[in-house]
Design a protein around this ligand. Sequence first.
Ligand code: ZN
Length: 454
Amino acid sequence: MQWSSVVIGHNSKYVSFVDVEQANAIELLLARGFWAELPLFSYAEFMIRAAEVFYDDGDLVLAAAMSERANARLRQYCAHTGSGLFIDRPKAVSQVLIDIMQAKVVLGFITGHEIGHILQKAFNPGAAPLFDWVCTCYEGSHLDKNGGIPRERFLLPEIIQKFDDDGQPNGHAIQMSKMVGLLHDMQRQQIKEAQSDALGVILASDAASTAGIPVDVLFSILFDALEYTEMLMVLRRLLPRLPRGEKRASVPLEGSGLVARQIMFVRLARSLRDGTAPAPEPIIQYWSKLSEKALARIESLIDNGKVEELSLRSEVTVRGGIELALYGKLAPHRAPEKLRTAYGIAAGGLIVAEAHRGCPEALFKIEESFDGTPESKLDGVLYGFGCAVRDICALKASETHATGSIRRADILKDGSDAAFVEFLRSARTQIFRMELNPHWAEDFKALLRSPRAE
Ligand SMILES: [Zn+2]
């Protein structure tokens, strides 16, 4: 249950393990986002992913706690709407996303991405023109030349968020010098990711064009899919770093690599549309139909620096979720202009480190978004993410059982591993059926020696 794909090499032979669950995870989020579903339904997905990670790490107590909290939130929602056992899911369903899923476009993208990593390791000459093109494009894109001094826009420093024993925010460390030391490695890493993404785009395009999916749709879906991939990756890395059984914390978060991936994706789209990227003819044909308007809209976000704001959302949201969980509220927000006046060009890192304090608290409180409708245009996936981070962090910080003090046999009495996993995913099962299972905990009583009360 790693929901990430890996390439494993031995004696210059490489095997890629493409995790279908990773494609499923991204598709579920795409559906939530595309259909403008309430944050609660993305929230449940992130809680389940967290439960799976803790389960994999052998932290069964926390895994169970995630599932219980997700179930409690579902019940809270139904009580709020007064719908009894019925789980109301207002949404704006469109056929096109169903087509995307049936055509396995996301799986195509992930498979292509992983094949890209194999080809890099094997120095495959067939992929060389595309990979070289990505390299050249990266060189031409990573500096923002607007304004006086060219600004590196692809590499962002790691920020460590700190809290005292009582959860009081205690500043942050911005790892600027660490980044400078790793600059070259980080750039090589980003180029590899962009090369793999390019191959992923080509495989996804093949699947999409065969299924008759308009290229404009593919363009917007892949742009979003990159963000959801990032969210899942950020969550995966975050979980072991959150404090367990205490509020004192020092949580490092790498600078988001999403800015680079999204900008490189848009550059590739432009080049495929113009027919200048080295790609198979049918793919060029397919992309030639991309509407100038859709492309230009995203390109303008790159030109005016807005894409950074968009790409940093997950990172900013994570810090807000943690602060709310440990401190109980967000510390006062210092306006970016004030920081710029006080710290000059060094203010950039601080502005990012404190950006979450300017976010609405509802971004981290699932109980405040129960009344939404598809028309309220709340970004359900982002809100679901922020709310999940807050609940996960709060649960982990308050967990008093030591890791490993409760063993599998203490929780799993008679049940199989499969039954326990079903328990971890029970919120999703109920959401799919749009019906609460009032006996959800009792069904697992044989498994759980003593279910934890909410
Ligand atoms: Zn990769």
